[in-house]
Design a binder for this molecule. Structure first.
Ligand code: MTE
Ligand code: HPA
Ligand code: MOS
Length: 775
């Protein structure tokens, strides 16, 4: 073989090398622009562009739609309305309550009404301006409590009960009641929604989709086209972020491209621009909640009640499942003997709200943290005293019946307060506040306990397909979607470790419904656990065949131990003459099956909705964050000085990726709690409809110090290689920023009125700082 010119080869390695901290195999391709997203897939000849004409009114009856003038625009190929749908006009995932294209009624501004198909995007945009729609307006509800009053629900209300709060409250020394609000949050994935589809043989379509849920897109498109799922192939190269926003809501865009390709027999692309995406898609559900907390004289929390009014938007989407997770996390890391929590999914005239990192968990946790803070302020003690005193431990029972096990709540808390020196930090903060009149510091501690598994037990399954090619290289397909969270790197590590071969022998394939079917969406932080275990199953099957081949055919001795390490076959702990590649070659010559399909279904878990009890989670992830902030009390602005965390990663299989997830989650959580403000006016029009009016954290709003310590534990057997799920839990550390800022404001003006209403924007802080009547 002749040598390739220097460096060229290494630059073009298919796989970025991992080091002892792990790393992300996509990193080099991302930063050099080589990674392929949906819009990078080479366009086929004759490709059409699909643009959406969406409702300008939040609620009303469609009287007339006139697109005759629009059809005359040069380059327009077709304008589809709901009448052109070959199958069912239905895209609802959990509940069939969402039309694909509006029929006689519109229920939110931004609801798709027509699809404008053109030879080029400009023509489609010109045509959209010429469409006339007449809508008889109906009353618009944007507030969940108003929807509740009017009996407008998306799904049945739910309640979790443990003990008897009614009885317990009568014995409590202290009782506090109040309300808490948390706002929406735009997923703001860097890559907007989108899909590219083309017709294939036998009346079928292939869709390239930017989705967390390839099988969701497949099922939805098949339903709307009126064909079998086997006629729709969905392929996902990777996502430029999903954050929950593409768990269900990618389906509409995939279906738009698919229907066009299917009906017009031409390739079609449908990718909204940022403002279209922001206007038409749902966000994190805002919540408005009431709480009642009761404590005894030693500050033990005896009873807790809460009622959550979830702003679901105009269709159920994932809101019923999100509602459920709010209840699961209602008591965060605390053991409370008497709990009664009720949740209502309220129907409003906003775009259907949907999954966002944490999936209702953060909303539930914000309420209990508000209740504890409320109690602490009135009792004139540190919130941390009540938090630590009531922290859960092994053998306690969650309100949903699961028994707490392998609990690391106190371990994380105690380690955080110890290594980050909480006592001296408090003194420094007090000293700073005495020295400074117009700058005040505040701190908070935020514990997190997050359940890992889809709350719907059925969804906790996954599959993988592995091919060992006869040159020794390996192709891995799983149901996992790479969205920046590094799951491909983890899958590669699983296969490399199991086979005893190097990472550069393995290629991670795109996620494809024809290779791996019936996938659960990549979500619930469970992607690596579920798909990794399915992959392990597939790899083990092939490895077992190879090892038994060595024993029976190559050495004729079944009693020896055979292992593969560093691509060398070891027999009885001694390196043999066989390498991975020649072993594979010989096995192939003997017609050994070098492919396998793996399957995994999480054992033990269950949940009985009729009694709202069970064991829904494979395990829990724990941690504690210490947040310190400085508020400028003349301006109401603030900076996050530091976030210092002790987090339970189990035994992390990829510290670089896990640390990145932790840091990203924290910053995203701080954004939700402090600056990201989704604003709709009373007509249901999104005012924060672009990055000029919707502020997300930038490099200047990242904490000046962000420290994450890996808790020293073994990890759970239910986690892949004992490396615990990490995608969502860290987001909830961001809740600490709310309370730290509020505490700083109270240091300036103890009478400041700052309601438990997130985000705590500089405007709210400023108004609170100069208010006269505090609580
Ligand atoms: N990290 C990046 N970079 N991009 C994402 O879209 N999504 C988050 C989290 N981290 C996301 C991310 C969400 S909402 C979830 S549920 C998990 O990743 C999903 O991936 P996992 O199951 O592999 O953790
Ligand atoms: N978490 C995240 N996504 C989900 C869930 C869940 O529990 N259930 C359905 N989709
Ligand atoms: Mo994540 S909200 O479960 O996609």
């Amino acid at each position: 073989m002749h040598k390739t010119p220097d460096n060229k080869k290494s630059k073009e390695r298919p796989v970025y090398p991992l080091n002892q901290d792990g790393g992300n195999i996509d990193a080099a391709n991302h930063v050099t622009g080589r990674s392929i997203y949906v819009d990078d897939i080479p366009a086929m000849e004759g490709m059409l562009f699909v643009k959406v004409f969406d409702s300008p009114v939040a609620h009303g009856i469609i009287k007339k739609v006139d697109f005759s003038e629009a059809e005359m625009v040069e380059g327009i190929v077709k304008i589809f309305s709901c009448k052109d749908i070959p199958g069912e006009n239905q895209i609802g995932g959990i509940i069939a309550d969402e039309p694909f294209l509006a029929d006689h009624e519109v229920d939110f501004q931004g609801q798709p009404v027509l699809l404008v198909v053109a030879e080029n995007e400009d023509a489609a945009e010109d045509a959209i301006k010429k469409i006339k729609i007449e809508i008889d307006p109906l009353p618009v509800i944007t507030d969940p409590r108003e929807a509740f009053r009017q009996g407008q629900f998306l799904s049945d209300s739910r309640k979790f009960v443990k003990g008897s709060t009614q009885e317990a409250f009568s014995k409590c020394k202290y009782i506090f009641e109040g309300s808490a609000e948390s706002g929406g949050q735009e997923q703001l994935y860097l890559e907007t929604q989108g899909a590219y589809a083309y017709p294939t043989e036998h009346n079928s379509v292939k869709i390239y989709s930017s989705t967390q849920g390839p099988s969701q897109v497949q099922r939805t498109a098949a339903r709307v086209l009126g064909v079998g799922m086997n006629q729709v192939e969905v392929d996902v190269p990777r996502l430029g972020g999903g954050f929950g926003g593409k768990e269900d809501q990618a389906s509409a865009w995939g279906t738009m491209a698919a229907m066009t390709a299917y009906l017009l027999k031409r390739p079609a692309k449908c990718i909204p621009h940022r403002m279209e995406d922001m206007r038409m898609t749902g966000k994190r559900n805002p919540y408005s909640s009431d709480y009642k907390i009761g404590l005894d004289e030693e500050y033990n929390i005896i009873a807790y009640e809460a009622t959550y009014y979830q702003n679901g938007g105009a269709a159920a989407d994932l809101s019923p499942a999100i509602l459920e997770r709010t209840l699961f996390h209602a008591t965060n890391s605390y053991n409370i003997p008497h709990v009664h929590v009720t949740a209502h999914s309220c129907k409003t005239h906003l775009p259907p709200n949907t999954a966002f990192r944490g999936f209702g968990g953060p909303q539930g946790m914000f309420v209990i943290e508000s209740a504890i803070d409320h109690a602490a302020k009135r009792l004139n003690v540190e919130a941390s005293l009540i938090q630590r005193k009531n922290m859960m431990d092994n053998k306690d029972e969650f309100p949903y019946g699961q028994i707490v096990a392998e609990c690391e709540a106190k371990h994380c808390w105690d380690e955080a307060t110890d290594i980050y020196n909480i006592e001296s930090v408090r003194k420094e903060v007090d000293w700073f506040n005495k020295q400074n009149q117009f700058y005040k510091k505040g701190l908070s501690l935020m514990p997190v306990c997050f359940g890992i598994s889809f709350t719907n037990t059925m969804m906790n399954q996954a599959r993988a397909l592995v091919h060992v090619y006869n040159d020794g290289s390996v192709g891995v397909s799983t149901g996992a979607v790479e969205m920046g969270q590094g799951v491909n790197s983890k899958m590669l590590q699983v296969a490399a470790k199991c086979f005893g071969i190097h990472a550069d022998k393995i290629k991670l394939e795109s996620t494809n419904t024809s290779r791996v079917s019936n996938t659960s969406p990549s979500a619930a932080s469970s992607t690596a656990d579920l798909n990794g275990k399915a992959l392990l199953d597939a790899c083990n099957q092939i490895k077992d065949r190879l090892i038994s081949f060595v024993k029976t055919e190559l050495t004729d001795n079944e009693d020896q131990t055979v292992e593969i390490k560093d691509e060398v076959v070891y027999i009885n702990d001694e390196p043999s003459i066989f390498t991975w590649s020649n072993l594979v070659r010989q096995a192939f010559m003997k017609r050994i099956n070098l492919s396998a399909k793996g399957h995994y279904a999480t054992p033990y878990i269950n949940f009985d909705k009729t009694i709202e009890k069970g064991h829904p989670f494979a395990y829990h992830v724990y941690g504690t964050a210490l947040t310190i902030v400085t508020v400028d009390c003349l301006r109401g602005t603030y900076e996050i000085d530091s976030v210092q965390v002790v987090h339970d990663f189990g035994s992390s299989m990829n510290r670089a990726v896990d640390l990145g997830q932790c840091e990203g989650g924290i910053v995203q959580g701080i954004g939700w709690m402090t600056m990201e403000e989704v604003v709709y006016n009373s007509e249901g029009k999104l005012l924060s409809n672009a990055l000029s009016t919707y502020k997300i954290p930038d490099i200047y709003s990242v904490p000046k110090k962000l420290e994450v310590k890996f808790l020293n534990t073994d990890g759970s057997d239910m986690a892949i290689l004992k490396s615990k799920a990490v995608g969502e839990p860290p987001l909830m550390y961001g809740i600490g920023a709310f309370f730290a800022i509020r505490n700083a404001a109270l240091a300036f003006n103890p009478a400041a009125t700052i309601p438990y209403s997130a985000p705590i924007t500089p405007e709210k802080v400023l108004m609170g700082l100069y208010s006269k009547h505090g609580k």
